[in-house]
Design a protein around this ligand. Structure first.
Ligand code: SAM
Length: 181
């Protein structure tokens, strides 16, 4: 089980995309840290989330300290996903059983003080002349790595939904009419 933790994200598109990936990857709690008030799931978010937030256990925490207390109470290991030279590289991680994956927002990065309180800092290697990845893309890459079991593990096979899709391609069942893009 993993948790996705969003640190003061602002973009409805990013939040919506992350919710969708979080559900697709079978995530547990979705935690929002530092929001002034609960996130408003308006059309601009739901165009990307497909209203999947309704399936999420969403936790709102207004302070960073409350996040670390929450991790202690529920047995999650805080893991910052951030670009730092000394961070461990995605692809080499043996994930703990309950990582709480923290992502920074679109404008700033997670602070050194915050990173120092996390069990681990993980960065996604980049190979071209790009400063950083879009946060929703970064979330998708890390969430998938957690699901597949991290460094060296075999690729995880999906469960219910992908299997149904595959069988539908073989003509066993009808395709669900969700008109996904
Ligand atoms: C778009 S970035 C922040 C951009 C920042 N304003 C800058 O100047 O680069 C937002 C978040 O995405 C995540 N992120 C983006 N690229 C990443 C990478 N290569 N490795 C780890 N995290 C990354 C981090 O959580 C980061 O805080």
């Amino acid at each position: 089980m993993f948790a996705t933790v969003l640190h003061e994200l602002k973009s409805p598109q990013n939040v919506g995309s992350i919710v969708r990936t979080h559900v697709a990857m079978g995530g547990g709690p979705l935690v929002m840290v530092g929001q002034e008030r609960p996130w408003q799931f308006r059309k601009s978010t739901q165009a990307f989330s497909r209203k999947l937030e309704r399936q999420c256990d969403i936790v709102y925490l207004d302070e960073e300290a409350a996040f670390f207390e929450w991790c202690d109470e529920l047995g999650f290991a805080p893991v910052a996903i951030e670009i730092r030279p000394q961070a461990a590289e995605l692809g080499s991680i043996d994930w703990s059983e309950r990582p709480a994956l923290v992502f920074g927002n679109e404008r700033t990065v997670l602070t050194d003080a915050f990173l120092a309180r996390c069990d681990q800092v993980v960065r996604i290697p980049q190979f071209g002349a790009v400063g950083s990845l879009n946060v929703a893309i970064a979330h998708g890459m890390v969430a998938f790595d957690v699901r597949r079991g991290g460094g060296g593990a075999l690729l995880a096979t999906g469960r219910k939904y992908p299997e149904r899709r595959l069988r539908s391609l073989a003509g066993d069942v009808g395709v669900e009419s969700d008109a996904e893009s």
